[in-house]
Design a protein around this ligand. Structure first.
Ligand code: CDP
Ligand code: CDP
Length: 213
C-alpha cells in the first residue's frame, strides 16, 4: 500500500501551500481535493443550475464532463482538454462551494476519485475530510489551523474576496463528512509559524513514522 498523507483544516490555514511543498520534499503526488469540489460547483454555475437546488444538481451529476488527472506531480481537474485554473477561485465559486460540498452524492463521487490516486502512488492530499473519511486508516494525519484573524489576513493578502468564516461554519456543521480533526490527527497551529517551519515540522514527523514502520 502506498503512503497517504492526510492534511485537513479550515479555509486559508495554509493547507495547499504546505501540502504541495511536503509532497515535493517526499517526491509524492500533491492532491488538492478542494479543487474537485470547486470544479463541480463551477460547472453547475456554468450550466445555470442553482447549487441550492439539490434535485437539479443530482440530475446533472452523472453526466458532469469533468475528469481528474495529473500535471507532473500535482492533481488537476480537466473540462474537456482544458485544465481548470482561475475559474475555481472566483467569488461565485467561493460563495457556493460549501453548498455543493454538503451533498452526499457529490462527496461519494469525488471521494472515490480521490482514493483512486492513492491506488497508483503515494500522495499528500489536502481537504476537510481526508483523515476522517477518505483515508481513515492512514497513520499520517495532520490538522493544520490558524486563528481566524490570521487566516482572514492570509486570504486578503492574496487579493481574494472570500467569506471564510461562513464557509467554515457550513463545512463544520454539515451532516456528511464535516470539517473535523480526526482523533488521531496531529494538530498544527500555524498562527505564528512560517511556511517553512510548518513544512519542516510535518515532514520530520512523517519521516520519523516512516522509519519506524
Ligand atoms: O483553499 P480553501 O481552504 O479556501 O478551500 P478549498 O480547500 O479549495 O475547499 C473549498 C471548499 O470545498 C471547502 O470550503 C469545502 O466546502 C469543500 N471541501 C470539502 O468539503 N471537502 C474537502 N475534502 C475539500 C474541500
Ligand atoms: O489551502 P488553504 O486555503 O488552507 O491555504 P493556502 O491557500 O495554502 O494559504 C493561504 C495563504 O497563506 C497563502 O498565501 C500562503 O502563502 C499563506 N501562508 C502563510 O502566510 N503562512 C503559513 N504558515 C501558511 C500559509
Amino acid at each position: 500500500m502506498h503512503p497517504a498523507i492526510a492534511i485537513d483544516g479550515p479555509a486559508a490555514s495554509g493547507k495547499s501551500t504546505v501540502a504541495k511543498l511536503i509532497a515535493d520534499r517526499l517526491g509524492y503526488t500533491f492532491i488538492n481535493t478542494g479543487a474537485m469540489y470547486r470544479a463541480v460547483t463551477w460547472y453547475m454555475l456554468e450550466q445555470g443550475i442553482n447549487p441550492a437546488d439539490t434535485a437539479a444538481v443530482l440530475e446533472s451529476l452523472p453526466s458532469v464532463p469533468l475528469s481528474f488527472g495529473k500535471d507532473g506531480s500535482r492533481s488537476v481537474v480537466l473540462y474537456g482538454q482544458h485544465v481548470l485554473g482561475e475559474e475555481l477561485t472566483s467569488r461565485q465559486v467561493n460563495d457556493h462551494v460549501s453548498t455543493i460540498a454538503a451533498i452526499p452524492e457529490v462527496r461519494a463521487l469525488l471521494v472515490e476519485r480521490q482514493r483512486e490516486y492513492n491506488r497508483r502512488e503515494p500522495v499528500v492530499m489536502e481537504g476537510r475530510d481526508i483523515g476522517t473519511v477518505v483515508f481513515p486508516d492512514t497513520p499520517f494525519k495532520y490538522f493544520v489551523t490558524a486563528s481566524e484573524e490570521v487566516r482572514a489576513a492570509r486570504r486578503a493578502a492574496e487579493g481574494l474576496t472570500d467569506s471564510i468564516a461562513e464557509r467554515d461554519r457550513k463545512d463544520s456543521s454539515r451532516a456528511t463528512a464535516p470539517l473535523a480533526q480526526a482523533p488521531d490527527a496531529l494538530l498544527v497551529d500555524t498562527s505564528d509559524m512560517t511556511i517553512d517551519q510548518v513544512v519542516r515540522f510535518i515532514t520530520d514527523n512523517i519521516q520519523q513514522k516512516l522509519s519506524s514502520r
